[in-house]
Each structure stands twice: as C-alpha cells, then as structure tokens.
Design a protein around this ligand. Sequence first.
Ligand code: NI
Length: 166
Amino acid sequence: MAIREILEFPDPRLREVGEPVTVFDDSLRQLVEDMAETMYDAPGVGLAAPQIGVSKRIFVIDIAGEDEPSDLMVFINPEILSLDGTQQWEEGCLSFPGATETVKRAEHVRVRAQDAHGKAFELEADGLLAVAIQHENDHLNGVLMIDKLNPIKKRLFSRKVNQARA
Ligand code: NI
C-alpha cells in the first residue's frame, strides 16, 4: 500500500475524463487500496482516481464518523441512474485543500457500479452519501466543485483556496 500524491486545482489532469476500467486484476485492487489509504491519510470522505493522476473511472468513499467503524465503499465504472430533489451541503475537496463552500446537489441518487472484483451492484443514497457520490462522480468527468458555484460564490471560494495556500 502506498499514499499517493493528491493533485490540486488547477492541475490540468483534474480536467481529464476518466477511462472505463476493463481489467479487474490485482493491480486494480492495489490501486483501489492506495486510493483508500490516501483518502484516510488526508483525511477525506471521498477520493477519485483522477485526483491522484490516474485517468480511470474509480472512486472511493467513506462517510463513517470519527467514532464509527470505517465503511469503505468502492465505485468502479459508476453510472448515475437517477437524481431527485435538491439539498445543499458545505462541501470540501482534497484538490482544494482548506476551503469549503455550499454546493447544491440532488437529495437522492441511484447509482450502479462495479466493485474491485468487477461485481455489479446498485445503491440508493441520500444526504451526505448522495452528495459524496455526485461529487466524486463529477471528478471522473473532469468536473470540479468550483464549476457548480454561481459567479459570486466562485469568487469567494477562489479567495478561500488562495488564503489556505498562502
Ligand atoms: Ni473532490
């Protein structure tokens, strides 16, 4: 296992569209383990492969609280099946360290994906898990949380990002 370097905005690799995973082998599972370790080390509740410079359709999420056992969820080749309702959540992103902003997302999401062995599953989520799935899925398409903000919030968020960096 290894902790990988997390790319930060505006690294152009964050804008790449991830390729589907076609081979479910040990090296894929090693990559998923590295992603989980990198996410826990950061720490964060989600990490997508493009954030470590791997242009593939993979993300990991763990929304368990500090006093709860870890609950790693692995999504490979995810497909959003439906989105309903709206919610706003104060989001952060490991590629924008130290800054958060309120983002509007769907309240409820249904997603289909594969696990690290290629087994397909479907999942319904709401609340924070729904937010995390939408946020991480965006990364696979080169879309970042800053793209979801209106011009005023975008300026505020950019300022927070720059302050955190200074
Ligand atoms: Ni992110």
